[in-house]
Design a protein around this ligand. Structure first.
Ligand code: GLP
Length: 242
């Protein structure tokens, strides 16, 4: 079982989480670091940029990548993971495109694109640190409940709530295909270190299931119980049912 770190206040949470990323870069100049998007990670990304402005640690060799992406939207849509990460952290650190790897929002062959993405990560030495968000239903990336633990990086489905928001935002017709391209659970488990971040009372149930419940595809995050170097960074509310 991994290490559990509980932090009371949001500002401190973001600072501690930001330092997990900074330390990974300081430990290894050419580190490969996976990022997640969402409400939980926005503040910590911004904190990394703020700290970098005061304390310019060397990012000239680091590679960042996003663990998932929405398929079927323009890449510059504000809700696309590419645009979120670029605005929150990538541009602020001045990372060029060749060291910011994303799964595509559009592809003629998602299977080949996913293969190229994971091969690209492997060529750079594999994932050193993977910062993971957690869905209320225990999902990781777009690996929804029921995903087999050995699922590869692939085009998967998108959850109804997100689908409705994207269609509304972009005025997409009901039949325009949407999906979620995601790092597979199998590939996430290959990261040397994982830091799962969760904030808020609405995540408490999922946190309890993935940490205290049985290992089950019904709670994809429970697979992390088998990871040899996983830290769970939680605020007091997310940890309240442990
Ligand atoms: C979405 C994203 C995940 C993210 C999760 C948590 O499902 N595809 O990458 O980890 O939401 O988001 P939030 O932090 O907003 O709860």
């Amino acid at each position: 079982m991994g290490k559990i770190t509980v932090i009371q206040h949001e500002a401190a949470f973001d600072t501690v989480a930001a330092w997990r990323i900074i330390s990974a870069v300081e430990d290894k100049a050419d580190a490969v670091i996976g990022l997640s998007t969402g409400r939980t990670t926005k503040g910590l990304h911004q904190r990394v940029v703020e700290i970098h402005a005061d304390y310019p640690f060397d990012v000239s060799r680091v590679t960042f990548f996003g663990q998932d992406e929405i398929a079927g939207v323009p890449r510059d849509y504000w809700g696309a993971c590419y645009t979120m990460l670029k605005t929150e952290i990538i541009d602020g650190l001045g990372i060029p495109d060749d060291r910011f790897r994303m799964l595509p929002t559009a592809s003629d062959d998602f299977e080949a694109s996913c293969r190229a993405f994971t091969e690209g990560i492997d060529r750079r030495g594999g994932i050193d640190l993977l910062m993971l968000g957690l869905g209320e239903n225990g999902h990781i990336g777009f690996n929804q409940p029921g995903t087999p633990f050995d699922a590869p990086t692939r085009l998967a489905g998108i959850h109804p709530e997100l689908e409705a928001r994207v269609r509304r935002d972009l005025s997409l017709p009901d039949d325009a295909p949407l999906g979620g391209v995601t790092l597979g659970l199998k590939d996430a488990m290959r990261a040397r270190k994982v830091v799962l971040v969760a904030k808020g009372r609405h995540k408490a149930e999922a946190v309890r299931h993935i940490l205290r419940g049985p290992l089950t595809p019904e709670w994809p995050g429970s697979l992390l119980q088998l990871h040899p170097a996983c830290e769970y960074l939680l605020d007091a509310e997310a940890a309240s049912l442990l």
